[in-house]
Design a binder for this molecule. Sequence first.
Ligand SMILES: [Zn+2]
Ligand SMILES: [Zn+2]
Length: 238
Amino acid sequence: MLAAILLSTLAMTLIVALRYLATSGFFAWLTARRRPGYHARLGPQMRREIGWSLASAAIYGIPAGIVGWGWQERGWTRIYSGWQDFPLWYLPLSVLLYLFAHDTWFYWSHRWMHRPKLFRSMHAVHHASRPPTAWAAMSFHPYEALTGAFVIPLLVFLIPIHAAMLGLVLAVMTVMGVTNHMGWEMFPRRLVHSRLGGWLITASHHQRHHEEYRCNYGLYFRFWDWVCGTDKGLSSAV
Ligand SMILES: [Zn+2]
Ligand SMILES: [Zn+2]
């Protein structure tokens, strides 16, 4: 049993690492094409970002591996696979619930890590990227990576979700984590500046967090930043 859990943990680590390398690699390549020379002098920084991100992959792999094993072998979790198991309207709702729960955890833990003492020991690694690049998506100190590693593995015990919708949540998480750090906006201006865009976090919002530190703490939605008065709007550099 222990060997199976270990194997599952290694497999998850490998999946998270490869997913990171493929997604960040693709958007770093796109950045070099769209903005030639934009990050040209950041070679050493990008190598550090990759190193920290791969370490984070190993940390994310542990709870994911254990829960993945329990799901397959012991029937743990509330992940379901039949399309009829819940009403169809629940499919998009479950995705929103997961994103909102993750966003809530991220907002408060992120704000907490910006307290001076914690910042130095937990969060300074992420802000050492100035400006961040597509490789900075998982560039976290292991302590910070731990705060994020348990979110989805815990949620799958609490909120029912179809396996395909969980895949969608993970895809959104991966793509937004990468693109929010790449220094340019891939969404049309019309969307970013629309009413819907005013609720969503994209590159120009998170870039401002990296410029000013004490604002724009959210992950997917601007809800908590609005409620808590920490939203400073979009970066003018992106
Ligand atoms: Zn960031
Ligand atoms: Zn921060």
